[in-house]
Each structure stands twice: as structure tokens, then as C-alpha cells.
Design a protein around this ligand. Structure first.
Ligand code: NI
Length: 178
């Protein structure tokens, strides 16, 4: 396993529509392991393969269940994720992105979603998630379609500078505050 470099805004891969994973090759398995390691190393709560410059439909999500306990809560791996249902009610909250260093911004997302895809063994599964976890899934799936959260800001005035490396930590604090 290895920590990979996270590409940032301006890199063309971030604007590409990623390709579905067709076979769980050794390369894809290594990619998944590296993505989890990279997400943790960068203190992120989610990562899409495009962010490590691999245009495949792979995401990882790890939102700590308890902020006091590092590593708590499930690590989700999803290949070819599809949002099957989204709640009509939405929520506005702050988001950050490892590919947009130095900023967080307010985005409106569905409060609850049902998301379907394949796990790291190629087995189909479905999740019914809400709140912050649902937000992270929507953010990561956007990446697979070349969309950044900055495309979805509720207003240009709702983009705030933060210390580099604090994008997702600040986001989490905000989310947990309220
Ligand atoms: Ni992101």
C-alpha cells in the first residue's frame, strides 16, 4: 500500500467523467487499498479515484462515528456507485475537498440517499444513509462525473478560506456543530 498524490483544481482529470470498473484486477485492488491509506493520511472523510489521477468509478468514504475516537465508524468502499433514491428534503452544510486546498463552502444536498454499487470483492450492496455520510457520498459521486463542490455552492459568498490541510477537519467540526 502507498499514499498517492492528490491532484488539485486545474488538473484535467478532475473534470473527466470516470469509467466504470469492469474487472477487479490486481491494479484495482491496489488502487482501493491506496485510496483508503491516502484518505487517512490526508485526514479526509472521502476520496474518489479521480483525485489520485485514476479515472475509474471508485470511491472510499470514512466518516468517524465519534470524533473523539480516531478510526471509528465503517470504511465504505464502493465501485460504480449509483444514487438510486434521494430524499426531497435537503440540507445546507459546509464541505471541503482535498482537491480544493484552502477552502470550504456551503452546498445544498439531499438529506438522505440510497446508494448502490459493488464492494471491494465485487459484491453488490446498497446503503441507506443520511446527514453527513449521505453528503460525503454525494460529493464523492460528483467527482466521478467531473463535478466539484465549488460548482454547487449556494452562493459565491459562501466559500471561505481555511488553513491548508484543515479543509475536511473544519468541515467536520462545522457539520458536528450544527
Ligand atoms: Ni472532494
Amino acid at each position: 500500500m502507498a499514499v498517492r498524490e492528490v491532484i488539485t483544481v486545474g488538473h484535467p482529470t478532475l473534470r473527466q467523467v470516470a469509467e466504470p470498473v469492469k474487472t477487479l484486477t490486481p491494479e484495482v485492488r491496489t488502487l482501493i487499498a491506496d485510496m483508503i491509506e491516502t484518505m487517512h493520511a490526508y485526514r479526509g472523510v472521502g476520496l474518489a479515484a479521480v483525485q489520485v489521477n485514476v479515472p475509474l468509478r471508485v470511491i472510499v468514504v470514512h466518516v468517524p462515528e465519534d470524533e473523539e475516537i480516531p478510526g471509528s465508524g465503517p470504511v465504505y468502499v464502493m465501485l460504480n456507485p449509483v444514487i438510486a433514491r434521494r430524499s426531497r428534503d435537503t440540507e445546507r452544510d459546509m464541505e471541503g475537498c482535498l482537491s480544493v486546498p484552502g477552502y470550504i463552502g456551503e452546498v445544498e444536498r439531499a438529506r438522505r440517499i440510497i446508494v448502490r454499487g459493488l464492494d471491494e470483492h465485487g459484491k453488490r450492496y446498497e446503503l441507506d444513509v443520511e446527514g453527513y455520510v449521505a453528503r460525503v457520498f454525494q460529493h464523492e459521486i460528483d467527482h466521478l462525473n467531473g463535478i466539484l463542490y465549488t460548482d454547487r455552492l449556494t452562493s459565491m459568498e459562501k466559500l471561505y478560506p481555511v488553513a491548508q490541510g484543515e479543509e475536511e477537519a473544519a468541515e467536520l467540526e462545522q457539520a458536528q456543530k450544527g
